[in-house]
Design a protein around this ligand. Sequence first.
Ligand code: NAD
Length: 518
Amino acid sequence: MTQRPASLTPEFLDGLVQRVPGTTGNTWKLTEVYTGDLLVELPQSSPADIERAFDTARTAQQIWGSWPLRKRLKVLKKFHALVLDNQYLITDLIQAESGKNRRMAFEESCDVPMGTSHYIKRAPSVLKDRKHAGPIPVLSHSTEVRRPKGVVAIIAPWNFPFATGISDTIPALIAGNGVVVKPDNKTALSPLFGVRLLEQAGMPKGLVQVICGEGPDVGGPMLANADYVMFTGSTATGRIIGELAGKHLIGACLELGGKNPMLVLEDANVDEAVHAALFGGFGNSGQICMHIERLYVHDSIYDEFRDKFVAATEAMQIGATYDFGPDIGSLVSVDHRDRVASHVDDARAKGATVLTGGKARPDLGPAFYEPTILEGVTKDMLAGSTETFGPVVGLYRFSTEDEAIALANDTDYGLNASVWSKDVKRGLAVARRIDSGNVNVNDILATAYASKGSPSGGLKQSGVGARHGDQGLLKYTDAQNIALLKKQVMEPKAGQSYEAYAKQTQSGLRWMRKTRLR
Ligand code: NAD
């Protein structure tokens, strides 16, 4: 029987949800995924609650935004230490609310300190004023000043609740903003704990608000009050958020779904690629936006790869425990398990072969589903063209590099790809030809995602904008252009004809090009 961690007492969980405004009086039953048992009644926020949350964050932002960056970063340094001090408790919360295995929950908890540390180091140079030459040498210049947007709405999904809820909040705060976070109802606990740690670290009270509700109920009021929206979730919802952002003329960063390919070229190390494919296909029970759903293997090694992959998959440990033992855990909910099963059933009915898996595992918990490998998947099947977002991988053969690249690109999505070859130069060359925002050579996803200095986002229907990199911080700011002209010379002098002034301007432009001054 699953033994819930002693840390998750009813008093602790009730204390966490108390910060959620909920004048509707309605609550959502937030359950432990492994057992289906009630963990806590989560308040649901009304439109008036949401408006108030933005007002409160806006008031606190006036103070926070006026602090020098160095003072804000001091809070973030303390927060970084607090996250590491509380890492196992955070891991408990993530596991209980999402049902993922402990290894994955622990790795998720590492994302927040990694991103925080990156921006603590990088922010002073990214956010500092930048002086630019003005139109008239010596007499003019302009300064690019980075101002916080105001209050940022962060809408997060359930698959990485702590990482998407809190990691995306950190650069918004560093840039001087207030934040209103909306986690998924299923997974509000770990982001709520993250906000508690921010306050313990010295962040002004009220600066980060957490509101809860079903997406369609809260999306409208959130976007009506926000100055920017950072959304992570499905492509379908991303479109709705994009439309609302357009209506209110605010900026948006949309991190959406994928149907990510893995290419195993004929010169790849098969054993390493098989090992990686276990994580690629089944890590987080296949509920990672960057995970692999299409696996293309060169003809010459296909049979060897398939047999080893099936055997290794069948040796994986699935389980509902709060220790580091199981390789994979549960899906997030029974509804989601049914959606994943419908993709497999549809593939089976249309002629695909299930090489292993293909069954729910109610003996382990209400939402468990076996890691599943399919062969013979075609584009008319749900699993062939749309995101399954579960532990289901389609295996395909290819015979030339060009064919593999064409197959990888034959999708509306473009979030992540993985290329395997012992020839690093070749792997990197193939990577450039794949239409994907992230490509990992000889890894699945972690190398790209954890390279916090590079922007990480989706191409095509996988998103707009990016997190990480300098733009992951700059997107939470507006650029203000403050220009100075020391003496008015951009008009004819007294008594000078416009013809003479025009000639003088022309020769000035020629001279500046020649001397490369402007
Ligand atoms: P979802 O789009 O259903 O929900 C995401 C969030 O949006 C939730 O908090 C939800 O309550 C909220 N929401 C739903 N409708 C809304 C509306 N009309 N207005 C405002 N908010 C609304 O996605 P999901 O099923 O929770 O998450 C899985 C999806 O997220 C997958 O497609 C996955 O690929 C994607 N994802 C992408 C990334 C990335 O970085 N690209 C990361 C994680 C997950």
